[in-house]
Write a new protein. Structure first.
Length: 170
């Protein structure tokens, strides 16, 4: 089984096919995985269902997820009408961005979808020319290094305000 992708520049949709076929039309059919940056397609319920059980935002309220989506550049991964993945960049769209909440549902992993959703966001016109793009990950360094992400060159220059219990106390 081979994986092929094709982008439709006028719609901002990426189709990701895992079915063996020689027909480009079949590879880009609506029955393939699809990645879209259309905010109207995002399923806040599905995104919240995953994030609330993730290690990085366990217990996050649905209202917080909705607000975060509203103020971010997002991409959803779809199989038919079901949302099976997500990623977002928090950004000023001029100089800085932070890649966050990248996930693919367990049943759809191992197909290159996380690479494709990250690539889709990084290629977005609003993110071109950023001076810095950051992310934090516990276990996906190999994925992100393929896009040029590296450990901080000067970690002593970075600081954080961290409230790990915000969703439990708020």
């Amino acid at each position: 089984m081979s994986a092929n992708s094709c982008r439709t520049p006028t719609t901002g949709i990426v189709y990701w096919s895992l079915t063996p076929t020689s027909s480009p039309a079949a590879q880009c059919s609506p029955m393939s995985y699809e990645i879209s940056t259309d905010p109207l397609r995002l399923d806040v319920e599905a995104i919240h269902a995953f994030l609330t059980r993730s290690y990085w935002s366990a217990g996050i309220p649905k209202a917080t997820v909705a607000r975060a989506i509203e103020h971010s550049l997002c991409a959803g991964v779809y199989l038919g009408s079901d949302q099976v993945g997500f990623a977002r960049v928090i950004t000023d769209r001029a100089s800085f961005g932070y890649l966050a909440d990248v996930y693919i549902l367990e049943a759809h992993r191992g197909r290159g979808l996380s690479k494709e959703v990250v690539a889709t966001l990084l290629a977005h016109p609003d993110l071109q020319g950023l001076r810095r793009l950051l992310l934090a990950t516990r276990d996906a360094q190999d994925l992100y290094s393929k896009f040029g992400f590296k450990q901080l060159a000067a970690p002593h220059r970075m600081m954080e305000l961290h409230n790990p219990d915000v969703y439990r106390n708020g």
